[in-house]
Ligand binder design. Structure first.
Ligand code: FAD
Length: 520
């Protein structure tokens, strides 16, 4: 009988098949020759002890036992060329996985995306990094694959629905991701690998008869008697369908404005906002692994920290070990940060959003914007940052200790943020209450993570696109907007997801509800 085991191994052993076999043989008091295969099911780091270990859960197959290498197969996708059409607006994870699910169910997705395909997008990312030119339809947030394409590709989520998460992970493996993502406790894919996976998903949708339209921005909805009838594009073209999945992400301000203008109910939603902190990766490794050097077998360390300050949570968000800070503005005249990492996470710096939770009452100065008050609050900070840093894509920056002491930094070293930095007292970027919380919070962080509060750490501002500032409400049962039949608010922009995996899960959920409504 194959044996299930849980064991701890040294970092050197954790990813080395023959050393794992030797370890398991010793553990089970047998010889390596008796072991046919050790299938690792889960792997996680235990950094609590001085000597760091990996926890491993595995199934051991002995010689003579039945063992078949598991190959992840894609589902049977149908030919949907002549099937009923469903419009999906936005080709982020929510839109792409909704499309795949529709094809699996036998419905034809028409996926409409304002940005370019993954390859075309690269040129626009270069333009924002090097020439400070922001293309409003093609940038780090908009384009094929959505906001997650040029990211760290972290695939963990707070969602507890293991079955749903595993299904998305298996689909990603089916489309070319390493099967390590099924095993690692904190899986990630990396910016260099995600684009090909996304392209393969698109090609599958088209091969099955679905349609994918790039550089096509939805500018209006066609609605009759509170029933969705279709959409209008920027060229005035119309596309008809009475089911529309709206998966336009947290940065589609024009969509929020359109809904508001058409009196389709939306509401302001609290989100979180702050800065992106960058430390030398070596320093984070030292703190997290309690060692002078990480060595060759431990990965660049992530960190996760949260503190309560003045009754609000201040926490690390979208931490990228061995990563780069990216300019994520979606319009000229604003500055926005976020982070990404290559699959090896081999850059010299670690960056993380450090954000403070906002409350609806914080948006009071923008109350005249109604449901868009939070969005305007966010926009005002991004525009202020742009002005203060010199009206390019340069970002306001300050050393961490200087910030806690209200001192403008006399110099800012080169950071991973390619467009460059301008030394600015961060207090000028944010409302007073936010700066105060962050000053206190960084001091608290320094007490928990000794060495974290240092002038070697550079703050970049703002980190403002953490989640949607607007919720597009929907019926819990049908997932349709409760006023407009056939409109399915979906993913992060509508307020139902936060991150790649949960957005993908929500996309599938909407597709399933549509099939249910159509009795398919
Ligand atoms: P989005 O991905 O935002 O997709 C929405 C799509 O809709 C976009 O492609 C946009 O162009 C399109 N669109 C918008 N308006 C229109 C319109 N009018 N007409 C047509 N199309 C439109 N999450 C993680 O889980 N792990 C990470 O490591 C991670 N790193 C990130 C790094 C960066 C730099 C960024 C920006 C985000 C990162 N995120 C990460 C967040 C993650 O990308 C999002 O949570 C996720 O992409 C949300 O998916 P979505 O499909 O709901 O929306």
């Amino acid at each position: 009988m194959p044996r299930e085991i849980q064991t701890q191994v040294s970092p050197e052993v954790a990813h080395n098949e023959s050393l794992i076999n030797e370890h398991v043989a010793k553990l089970l008091n047998t010889s390596v020759k008796e072991i046919q295969k050790v299938v690792v099911l889960k792997r996680s780091i235990d950094a609590r002890q001085k000597a760091i270990k990996f926890n491993i859960k595995a199934t051991v197959f002995f010689k003579g036992e039945d063992f078949v290498e598991q190959k992840i197969e894609l589902p049977e996708y149908k030919n949907v060329s002549n099937s009923q059409e469903v419009i999906i607006v936005g080709a982020g994870p929510a839109g792409l996985f909704a499309a795949l699910q529709l094809v699996e169910l036998g419905l034809k997705p028409i996926l409409i995306e304002r940005g370019k395909d993954v390859r075309g997008r690269r040129r626009d990312l270069k333009a924002i990094n090097v020439d400070h030119i922001v293309n409003e339809d093609s940038n780090y947030c908009f384009g094929e694959g959505g906001a997650g394409t040029y990211s760290d590709g972290k695939l963990y989520t707070r969602s507890k629905k293991r079955g749903d998460i595993d299904r998305i992970l298996r689909l990603l493996v089916g489309f070319g991701a390493s099967d390590d993502i099924l095993v690692e406790a904190h899986p990630h894919i990396g910016t260099n690998k995600l684009p090909q996976i996304i392209q393969d998903i698109r090609e599958k949708i088209i091969e099955c008869g679905g349609q994918v339209l790039f550089e096509t921005r939805v500018t209006d909805f066609i609605i009759k008697n509170n029933q969705m009838q279709g959409i209008v594009t920027q060229n005035g073209d119309t596309i008809s369908a009475n089911k529309v999945i709206l998966a336009t992400g947290h940065s589609a301000r024009d969509i929020f404005e359109l809904l508001d203008k058409k009196k389709i109910f939306i509401e302001a939603k609290p989100f979180a906002l702050g800065v992106r902190a960058e430390h030398p990766q070596e320093l984070i490794d030292k703190i997290q692994y309690s060692c002078d050097f990480r060595g060759e077998f431990l990965p660049p360390s992530p960190y996760s920290i949260v503190k309560q300050v003045n009754g609000r949570g201040m926490y690390s968000f979208c931490m990228c070990p061995g990563g780069v800070i990216a300019p994520c503005a979606t319009s000229p005249g604003e500055v926005v940060t976020n982070g990404w990492s290559p699959s090896k996470r081999d850059q010299a710096t670690a960056n993380s959003g450090i954000v403070v939770e906002l409350k609806l009452e914080d948006f009071k100065p923008f109350a005249k914007f109604g449901a868009l008050a939070g969005m305007e609050f966010q926009k005002a900070i991004e525009q202020k940052a742009w002005h203060l840093a010199g009206q390019t894509q340069k970002v306001p920056a300050q050393r961490m200790v200087d910030f806690t002491q209200n001192k403008v930094s006399s110099s800012i070293p080169k950071t991973s943020y390619v467009p460059g930095t301008t030394s600015v007292e961060m207090g000028q970027v944010f409302p007073g209450f936010l700066s105060q919380i962050m000053r206190e919070g960084f001091k608290e962080f320094g007490k928990t993570m000794r060495g974290y509060l240092t002038n070697e750490a550079i703050l970049h501002a703002p980190e403002s696109r953490t989640s949607s500032p607007v919720r597009i409400p929907r019926d819990n049962e049908t997932l349709e907007h409760f006023q407009i039949k056939g409109l399915y608010p979906c993913g992060e922009g509508a307020g139902y997801a936060g991150g790649i995996i949960s957005a993908a899960i929500d996309g599938e959920k909407c597709a399933l509800k549509i099939a249910e409504a159509l009795k398919i």
